[in-house]
Design a protein around this ligand. Sequence first.
Ligand code: R5P
Length: 292
Amino acid sequence: MIICSLGHSDQLARSLAKKLKAAYSKIIINHFPDGDIYLRYNCKVKDKTVVLINSFQPEPNGALYAAVFAAETAQDLGAKKVILVAPYLGFMRQDKRFKDGEAVSSRIMAKLLDSCIDKIITFDAHLHRYKSLTDLFEIPAVNLTANSLIADYIKKKVSQPLLMGPDWESSQWARRIAGQIGAESAVLEKTRHSYRKVTVKLREKITFKNKNVVIVDDIISTGSTMVEAAKTATRLGAKSVMAIAVHGVFAEGAYKKLKKAASKIVTTNTIRHNSNKIDITALLVNELKKKF
Ligand code: R5P
């Protein structure tokens, strides 16, 4: 097995290789003067299981191209198998045609990857209209969850937490983690008015006074969801507000915006960021040790 990094997740790839006692290599990606992608393996891949590691952030379109070029090249050079580890998988939020004529990006992404890789592994994929990744991919597709790691982190760091989900989809994180650590939980009702504007409402009867509120969601993108949820918790009397997300995308200055609304921001290292406090490496090691 050889662990090959494609640029966005170098640190994670290196620590994974170390823990798996496997070789590590960084694939060279450049651009020709006209802008075309240039890709070259720095190692021999013939007869090897090539594990490509790349998060689909900070540059999702480039990450998809890089994965396809690297996988096709590995197959061409005689690799035994090609596994893509995309700790954060992009394109998943466009899971239907919301307006006439739109591309269903998640389906196109899956079709491209199906054609050149043998297995995909990701974390807490944005599954709302798809029930599982098998609705989308034809190849084996594993959706790991960071829930147990987040639960451990909260248990260690927050006394008497109240877990909050900012919208019904986030129940799969907030309610489940609350169940795992025996904490109270509340889920807000969210209305999305545009990419950048949401409003939230608390319908449940639960007291926030003097509670350490921990908001848990899968993605922080523009931060609008977390900011509104944090403001609601504060307005309802929370003692402290921590925002935890599996994937810290932090688009358009979201981190700065959220820092004003929450006392602490925590993410996993599916996307490299200063807020990474929860390490997913061990879960990946387990998955990659499985026979495939
Ligand atoms: C939506 O369904 C997701 O779970 C997140 O709440 C959403 O991606 C967050 O987006 P934003 O940070 O732009 O509000």
